[in-house]
Design a protein around this ligand. Structure first.
Ligand code: NAP
Length: 467
């Protein structure tokens, strides 16, 4: 990183008002080098800190988050625009994930005996060092939590590069970690622009990288990790299919799909972006979807009556509207919405699009906004073909009363997660992650804690009985 170049500050711009709220200076290369050194130094102690001691601190992080959930929630809403109720829910979910790893890490990382003919063999799970975590803005607390909870409990130390539009959420979490008693250097923010992050990866003190975000960012950081032979995980975009089966309760499927798609103004990697219904049900589904749209209230994210928030930034709103316009130009039908809302703020109208063919780019792309795309199918094979048509493979849903049939369809969908009769959900004990161009690796659940530990084999036997 060239220390002579002056970078513009990272800043909070409230997307409801488009006003700048707060700015933070970008760190210099010297400051960053010192932070990395400190994280490496802190690792020497943290890796040997007892699980019980780590757990006390991480439980404390959870309890501080719960105590301060209103304040934290408001901050997320100011920084990236999501509904206040969704922000508060996110704080509670994050607290649950911290508690989950505080309670279970020691059990997950206990030595694992292996069956051998002679003597003993076991896996000893050991932390690897300083990890660089690069995260997006759409769940400012949850995204930090997913990698921090498991990896801090495993004994790794962490550097967080959060998205540039949520610096206050990044800062408050660092403060909460400190307030909970986490030793200096174990978890530190880096205020730098995303395009400079990959340069840090070659620092020999950084032992692994994890990124949640877009494909270009993921490709850039994992190329850097590969060049220095470092472990990486990626959680990238998604265009989740929501397949409705013939026996589904239509009203319930509509309610769940519309609410799911409008969650976080559609800026959710696992939002039901493509709703795929039987041709025989199509007209009824469409009418009910229009009715559900008529009940949507776009407005102030702090107001409990609002259910569609602004997008995270003016640029995000411009980009989503461009994608909608392009879909229309390419032959799709925009039945509802499609325009900017005539008011201040980064709003896009809740939008309903149909007749999306492979000639339309949106058939393959992710639209990160309140855009509901409705497809129809004649056979299950056709439904599965549409579901698997994109290069994404994150989540998905199958809706139907006969669970066995729904599970059979779920098995044919090429994604990392499929939920039956609900949208892709999140729980500490369930793994989260994708396949194809949605990335690799898992967070949450027992699986999340094994990504950045060395599963070291230790074998004891006499040399004459080794094999
Ligand atoms: P993004 O531009 O890739 O930003 C994500 C993070 O990467 C930010 O911290 C960003 O920093 C940084 N970054 C940007 N360019 C980089 C580069 N060249 N090298 C390294 N880091 C870089 O993503 P976004 O478009 O804001 O976020 C939305 C995307 O994330 C969507 O595709 C969404 O589906 C995906 N997402 C996936 C999951 C999941 O679990 N799979 C969860 C949430 C979101 P700056 O802010 O400074 O640019």
């Amino acid at each position: 990183m060239n220390s002579q170049v002056k970078h513009s500050p990272v800043k909070t711009v409230n997307p409801f008002t488009n006003k700048i709220e707060k700015e933070f200076d970008v760190m210099t290369s010297d400051q960053i080098a010192k932070i990395i050194d400190k994280a490496d130094e802190a690792f020497k102690t943290w890796k040997n800190t007892a699980f019980s001691e780590r757990a006390t601190i991480i439980h404390k992080v959870a309890s501080i988050m719960r105590e301060r959930k209103q304040e934290l929630g408001k901050l997320a809403t100011i920084e990236m625009g999501k509904l206040l109720a969704e922000s508060i829910y996110e704080v509670e979910l994050s607290a649950n994930i911290f508690d989950y790893y505080a309670e279970n890490a020691e059990k997950f990382l206990a030595d694992k005996p292996l069956e051998v003919k002679h003597g003993e063999a076991f896996l000893s799970y050991e932390p690897i060092g300083v990890l660089l975590s690069v995260q997006p803005w759409n769940f400012p607390y949850y995204q930090i939590t997913r990698s921090a909870a498991s990896n801090l409990m495993a004994g790794n130390t962490m550097l967080l590069k959060h998205a540039s539009n949520v610096p206050q959420c990044a800062q408050i979490m660092e403060d909460i970690f400190k307030g909970a008693g986490l030793p200096n250097g174990v978890y530190t923010n880096l205020f730098i622009p995303g395009k400079l992050v990959s340069e840090l990866v070659s620092n020999s003190k950084i032992k692994g990288v994890t990124l949640t975000g877009s494909k270009p960012a993921g490709a850039s950081i994992t190329a850097a990790a590969g060049a220095s032979v470092k472990k990486s995980t990626l959680e990238l975009g998604g265009s989740d299919p929501f397949v409705v089966l013939e026996d589904a309760d239509v009203q319930e499927a509509v309610n769940v799909a519309v609410a799911g798609r409008m969650w976080n103004a559609g800026q959710v990697c696992v939002s039901p972006k493509r709703v795929i219904v039987p041709a025989s049900m199509y007209n009824e589904f469409l009418e009910k979807t229009k009715e559900a749209f008529a009940k949507l209230v776009v407005g102030d994210p702090m107001d409990a009556a609002t259910n569609v928030a602004p997008l995270s930034s003016e640029q995000a709103a411009v980009d989503v509207q461009k994608q909608i316009q392009k879909a229309a130009t390419q032959g799709a039908k925009v039945l509802l919405g499609g325009k900017r809302v005539a008011r201040e703020g980064a709003f896009v109208e809740p939008t309903l699009i149909t007749e999306i063919t492979p000639e339309v780019d949106a058939y393959f792309e992710e639209i990160f906004g309140p855009v509901f795309m409705l497809y129809q199918y004649n056979t299950i094979d056709e439904a599965v073909e549409i579901a698997n048509a994109t290069e994404f493979g994150l989540g998905g849903s199958v809706f139907g009363k006969d669970t066995k049939k729904a599970v059979a369809v779920a098995r044919r969908i090429d994604t990392g997660m499929v939920y039956i009769n609900h949208v892709t959900g999140i729980a500490p004990e369930l793994p989260f992650g994708g396949t194809k161009e949605s990335g690799y690796g898992r967070e949450q659940s027992p699986a999340g804690i094994y990504e950045f530990v060395n599963a070291k084999l230790i074998r004891t036997t006499s040399s004459d009985k080794a094999y």
